[in-house]
Design a protein around this ligand. Structure first.
Ligand code: S3P
Length: 426
């Protein structure tokens, strides 16, 4: 699908966005192995989170509901059934990596497949810890999906994450639920902590301190009612659009503001953005609030180290923003971008060049000089949802109509994106 986008005169109004992708996956997986029913509201409408529901159903979990509300009839830690065929994770790295932690402990073998993009993404990062715990795992060329997991009795380990990854951390913590003793993940760089929060909500014993997360094996997890906050990584596209288009003022309601996810707001604030976050509350252990953002001239800056890791999903749209800052944005330490749904350093740089921008690609990042204007261009999502949406934002500020090829990719996390954009753009 090709989407045409004309320049915007302003971004304004008040919107709500779909549920957080990271939290939705975790609630669905944990609810499936809890005892009793969980009712989840504002569940992500993205295809990725539906891949997770599909896998849980294939493992014998009864899930009722549609749209954004689901009731999951938990089967308990030991109630999953042998799947009749392959488990399909689609485009979702979170599904294959986090679910692997649960499958590592099952008394049966399962095979997880994915689409073309997922089939090129590295899996050794989860294979290694679950093999240490006692599972046997095979993968295409020893590292790519499809992966086949032969589960069994697991022993607890202490595991230091070689790459900052909440998906790997979660995989080990989920496997730790089944181990006989306490499993510890050591995180040299802090990553999103939704799993720790969600596991505690369901009744697990999780302790956190000094970069160490410890989970006690074989807890009693009990079903509960949960509300998913709106996704700040989806909000990022609207926040940047409002910052870039003169005369804009936009309110986004009920967004998840967990500090491990909200680095975007801190960074933008430091660059000079006018952003307020009224109506803060805590729901199921997660911080939620509104975001009010106005058009602002930003100075730009350098993103590096732990900050880059905390902002990893927001970098495509921050690269777009870089062009509109006075001093430009330099992105360092972002090698992980090369193994996302696409090589996002490559796909961002390619699209920026299509709009006539000067940009410098480095091994682990890029430099986008400031004070540059997007020329009308034909952008390509390369099948990556965040690339489609980031360049839709660029198009709003271009000097003529732009097109986005492969715009349907947005549905992976945010099917309503194009409608919501039309709702707030002038
Ligand atoms: C996610 C963690 C991040 C992120 C992904 C979702 C999660 O990946 O890029 O979109 O829900 O845990 P890594 O943990 O591999 O960095």
């Amino acid at each position: 699908m090709q989407q045409k986008i004309s320049p915007a005169s302003r971004i304004s109004g008040s919107i709500t966005l779909p549920g957080d992708k990271s939290i939705s996956h975790r609630y669905a997986m944990i609810a499936s192995i809890a005892e009793g029913d969980s009712r989840i509201t504002n569940y992500s409408t993205g295809a990725d989170c539906h891949s997770t529901l599909g896998c849980m159903r294939a493992l014998g979990v009864e899930i009722e509901g549609s749209g954004t509300e689901f009731t999951i009839h938990g089967r308990g830690l030991h109630g999953l059934r042998v799947p009749a065929g392959d488990l399909d994770a689609g485009n979702s790295g979170s599904t294959i990596r986090m679910l692997s932690g649960i499958l590592a402990a099952q008394p049966f073998a399962s095979r997880i497949v994915g689409d073309e993009s997922l089939s090129r993404r590295p899996m050794q990062r989860i294979m290694s810890p679950i093999e240490q715990m006692g599972a046997r795992v095979t993968a295409r060329d020893g590292k790519f999906p499809p992966i086949e997991i032969h589960g069994g009795a697991l022993k607890p380990i202490e595991y230091t994450l070689p790459v900052p990854s909440a998906q790997v951390k979660t995989c080990v913590l989920f496997a730790g639920l089944y181990a006989d003793g306490r499993t510890t993940v050591v995180e040299p760089v802090k990553s999103r902590d939704h799993s720790e929060i969600a596991l505690r909500e369901f009744g697990a014993d999780v302790t956190v301190g000094n970069g160490r997360i410890t989970i006690a094996g074989r807890p009693r997890l009990t079903g509960r009612d949960l509300q998913v906050p709106s996704d700040i990584s989806s909000a990022a596209f609207f926040i940047v659009a409002a910052l870039m288009v003169p005369g804009s003022e936009l309110t986004i309601r009920g967004v998840g503001l967990n500090p491990t996810r909200a680095a975007l707001l801190d960074v933008l604030g430091e660059m000079g953005a006018h952003i307020r976050v009224p109506n803060l509350e805590s729901v199921n252990g997660e911080l939620i609030g509104d975001i009010v953002v106005e058009h602002s001239q930003l100075k730009g800056g350098v993103l590096q180290g732990a900050l880059t890791a905390a902002l990893i999903d927001e970098i495509p749209v921050l690269a777009v923003l870089g062009a509109a800052t006075t001093g430009g944005i330099e992105i360092k330490d972002a090698g992980e971008l090369r193994v996302k749904e696409t090589d996002r350093i490559n796909t961002v740089v390619d699209n920026l060049k299509r709009a006539g921008l000067r940009v410098f690609e480095t091994a682990n990042g890029m430099v986008i000089p400031g004070r540059q204007k997007f020329r009308a261009a034909q952008f390509d999502s390369f099948g990556d949802h965040r690339i489609a949406m980031a360049f839709a934002v660029a198009a709003l500020t271009a000097d003529g109509e732009c097109t986005i090829d492969g715009a349907e990719a947005a549905s992976v996390s945010f099917p309503e994106f194009w409608d919501k954009l039309n709702q707030v753009r002038g």
